[in-house]
Design a protein around this ligand. Sequence first.
Ligand code: HEM
Length: 372
Amino acid sequence: MLRWSAAARSGDGIVEVEPGVWLVTDPGETERLLASRDATTARTGGRTPPTSWGPDGLATWMAVRSAMRPVLAVPGIAAAADQARRIVAGTPAPGEVDAVALSVRLVSAVTARHLLGEPSDVLPPLVERELVLAGRARSPLGRLRLRHAQRATRTAILAHVRNTSSPDGLPAVLAERGFDEHTVTSAVRTMLLSGHHVPATALAWALHELATHPDVQRDARAEALAHAGPTADLPLCRAVLRETLRLHPPVWRLRRRLVAPVRDLPAGADLLFSPYLNHRAPDRWSEPSRFRPRRWTGDFRPAPGTYLPFALGPRTCPAARPALAQLTVVLAAVLRAHHLDPHRAPVPTFDVLHAPRRLRLRLRPVAAEPRT
Ligand code: HEM
């Protein structure tokens, strides 16, 4: 990250950071290059789609992406609110919590419920185990454990695909469009894995920002309490998430391979983009390092290429819209139940994700708040 920041400060919007690898920070070029279908459909260096898609993998995945749109178009707000309320109610307060673990519990349950069209107690823990082991698979034993975990997830998803009776879930929608069982299983796996740590990390950062900005927390809670029913129409809660994703985009770097030459850049060149750097560019954002959710209220629209927490272009996050709506609902559920106080400050990491490692918060029940 430090090396990238220095390259970005050089003032050139595109800098060759190692032979054949260019870092793109100019917002206009970011937008143009990421959105260019011919140039950057090929992702490199990432983990999603993380499953085997066979020899025509990319073509199959792109077909699945467009076939799953009906499921993603309906974020399932009432179901998300219900899942979130149950988990929040089961979180003891007053007390201290591991904010990342709580966020994973909340988000993985909501994602699974949304994608499957019904709740699942089985799949989220298997996905969690697989992702944790993926981060530790550095020794032969680690890789063996990962392979076992991958097999267990896949077997459980296949059993779900065969037995589900939900007509609204991804399995039924994809099967109806003619995809075979292997492809449906891979699609569900890709979505469950991708919809697990990334949105949970975003939620954990949002809880941290609210704990350290009590005035914003108070106003966001008042908004949530004023709308007790399941709704994502909560402008301040949504603005909190947008601003959190600006300051802390979990996917802090993107990598694309040019499949056709673009201006001076040859086909085969690797392009790096950093949402993190673009989101904090001092010439594009006022007070770039400050948490100011209210910048998102009203008509504010960021300039092209300056805000890309979900990436851009053909490989943009397919779940951006439902994810933001669901996170809004989940955040509101947490705020209605608990006051959030800082307990242990996070260690920001820039590994696979930009994450708040070791973040702990203190929860106090909202009802226990002394009246003033
Ligand atoms: C705050 C929440 C989320 C954020 C910030 C986010 C961000 C992103 C970003 C930046 C990418 C592009 C990654 C790259 O090019 O290397 C991506 C891809 C993806 N996301 Fe999300 N995501 C979120 C939630 C979700 C959820 C909830 C799901 C599933 C339900 C999901 C599924 C995917 C998938 C499958 C891809 C791969 C797309 C492809 O390669 O064609 N994401 N996401």
